[in-house]
Design a protein around this ligand. Structure first.
Ligand SMILES: CC(C)(COP(=O)(O)OP(=O)(O)OC[C@H]1O[C@@H](n2cnc3c(N)ncnc32)[C@H](O)[C@@H]1OP(=O)(O)O)[C@@H](O)C(=O)NCCC(=O)NCCS
Length: 304
């Protein structure tokens, strides 16, 4: 079986078997051009091994990987095997190729995320040496579903660099930070959350803090969306000591979203998306905002 770098001409064949992968469809059409131009990664395909009628080879599987900033981590995504070619160790071959690439780049860890109910993919990752390091819950709502017009009282605020030490100390003691695998997510990839990233988030006004004099909760946000979806506010890490501090953080974020709406909003576009470790208070507080859990994800990793 030959795993090779994808060519422009593979796109059409690949999209033929990457449209109805999941109940809701697939997203490969949205990312193919971004992934094939990724200067830090590789978009691989596997050609069918049996000879076709006209002797033309065409791809029956794909996957993308990218080296994360800092080069410690390689991220795996978009593994797809044509339904007629599954259980022939094709995905395993793609992973082996990816791990080799990661090692050549000096990465020490490979990671990937899988929906909890995707048993085939979970077993495939586990068979290839990956272990679950964290469980994340995904909440999303559109303008249609959320009670979005009314601002709520909150004592949360944007953090400043003067808060950096207190926030680092807060995270050092936080069980949620440990249970989150010490990571945050961005555009469906998970990255390490450390002092350097916190500083970056503060500078971009993407870190919200609640509690005085010491933090009792923090939220990290992404105001720029992902892929072609620039219109969504994402909460990319959420951590709080109590239900009231969580309520303050989510109120601040929904208020922020209400202020940023350029009327008239498209009622089907996302109001906000949240991915976070499922803490004790999260389901209760999200219910107060009429924001429903849609899926859970498992974060997997293995050493290289
Ligand atoms: C998940 C997927 C990529 C697996 O591809 P594959 O080429 O069939 O996987 P492999 O042949 O390398 O499987 C390796 C091992 O994974 C496990 N596995 C894979 N598919 C499985 C299934 N449907 N049921 C149970 N175990 C499975 C088995 O342990 C298997 O080893 P075995 O065949 O010796 O028992 C493929 O089913 C697929 O494309 N699914 C749809 C897309 C998807 O879910 N992608 C992952 C998104 S994160």
């Amino acid at each position: 079986m030959i795993v090779r770098t994808a060519k422009k001409s593979d796109k059409k064949e690949v999209l033929k078997f990457c449209t109805d992968t999941f109940e809701w469809g697939d997203y490969i059409d949205q990312v193919w051009d971004i992934w094939s131009a990724d200067p830090h990664g590789k978009l691989y395909v596997v050609d069918q091994t049996e000879r076709s009628e006209n002797n033309n080879n065409f791809p029956v599987a794909i996957s993308h990987c990218t080296v994360c900033p800092g080069k410690r981590q390689i991220w795996l995504e978009g593994i797809r095997v044509h339904p007629a070619h599954r259980r022939k160790k094709i995905a395993s071959a793609l992973i082996a190729k990816t791990l080799q690439f990661g090692m050549r780049q000096g990465a020490i860890e490979a990671s990937a995320v899988v929906a909890t109910e995707n048993i085939a993919s979970r077993l495939m990752l586990e068979k290839n040496g990956f272990n679950v390091i964290s469980r994340w819950v995904y909440y999303a709502c559109t303008y249609n579903t959320v009670e979005s017009s009314r601002k709520k009282p909150t004592n949360a605020r944007f953090a400043s660099l003067a808060d950096l030490n207190d926030i680092c100390n807060y995270l050092t003691d936080s069980s949620i930070y440990k249970l989150s695998g010490k990571r945050y997510f961005k555009a469906w990839r998970w990255y390490f959350l450390n002092r350097k990233t916190l500083r970056h988030f503060i500078k971009k006004r993407n870190l919200i803090v609640t509690g005085y004099p010491s933090p009792t909760g923090i939220a990290l946000i992404n105001k720029r969306g992902y892929w072609h979806r620039g219109d969504v506010l994402q909460i990319v890490y959420l951590d709080s000591l109590s239900k009231s501090s969580l309520q303050n953080l989510v109120s601040f974020l929904t208020n922020l979203r209400i202020s940023s709406i350029k009327p008239p909003p498209n009622s089907h576009s996302y109001f906000l998306q949240l991915l976070a470790y499922q803490s004790e208070h999260l389901p209760v507080v999200m219910k107060n905002f009429n924001i429903e859990e849609s899926e859970q994800f498992l974060l997997y990793a293995r050493r290289l």
